[in-house]
Design a binder for this molecule. Sequence first.
Ligand SMILES: C[S@@+](CC[C@H](N)C(=O)[O-])C[C@H]1O[C@@H](n2cnc3c(N)ncnc32)[C@H](O)[C@@H]1O
Length: 270
Amino acid sequence: MKLNDVRKSLKTEFENNNIDSIDADFIIAEVLNVSHTELNLIDEISNSQFQSIQDFAKERLQGKPIDKIFKKKYFYGLEFVVDENVLTPRSDSEILVEKALKIIKENNLKSVLDLCTGSGCLAIAVKKNANVDVTASDISTKALKIAKLNAKNLQAEINFIHSDMFDKIENKFDLIISNPPYIASDDIDELDLEVKDHDPRIALDGGELGLKFYNIIHNNAKKHLNENGYLILEIGDEQKYLVTSLFTDFNFIECVKDYGGNDRVLVFKN
Ligand SMILES: C[S@@+](CC[C@H](N)C(=O)[O-])C[C@H]1O[C@@H](n2cnc3c(N)ncnc32)[C@H](O)[C@@H]1O
């Protein structure tokens, strides 16, 4: 079977279903175990390769995102395992990592807590790029299993704690980072199917107004931050003023925009 024909017809099918045609190449390259550029060098594929491509294409056409089909996602240059129990890391969250690394280096910080770690992407990206002790926690044991697997695969030494927010956190830290669930409960039904049906609800639902977890962080962060410690939070669209107005007893340092120009990360100092 000619690869070019398969590629063309799959791209057309995806386009007709409002799916980015680049996903066709993702699937084919993954099945053939080659890079995207190498696809241009392949003439024929076998029947079994064709069948696998069809099977994955069917999942994609049913709305499953590519990262969840192949159970992997690149974040901050590292390959993470993802599944239905963790939020797929978003590239916009790399901005939080970037900011955390800058603050760690400029202030010679030694310890970091990542609350709501999910796949472990923030904690692991920080640990791989700074000489700090990193603790990471989540309420979901299934998410923590994936985070631990990622830490093992990426050889990052992280202290994982199973905890409902701060409940089982005992220490103080120089820096707390968090990307908590921040979608207002009533807005979840309006999210894209790819998010709503394939990222766990527990990773999305921030309660009424989406502020539940920022309130919990505000009420507990001072107890767990060293003097002059920092707090870096990812926020949802249009939450900048609501969240900063909760943290008036902290020094507001800055708000960093994401790649799309939206307010995405808030930095506070104790
Ligand atoms: C938006 S996801 C963030 C995942 C990851 N840090 C990232 O940036 O991709 C939020 C995470 O918060 C966790 N979570 C939800 N409720 C929690 C709670 N009460 N205590 C701790 N973690 C919680 C979810 O299991 C999920 O992994």
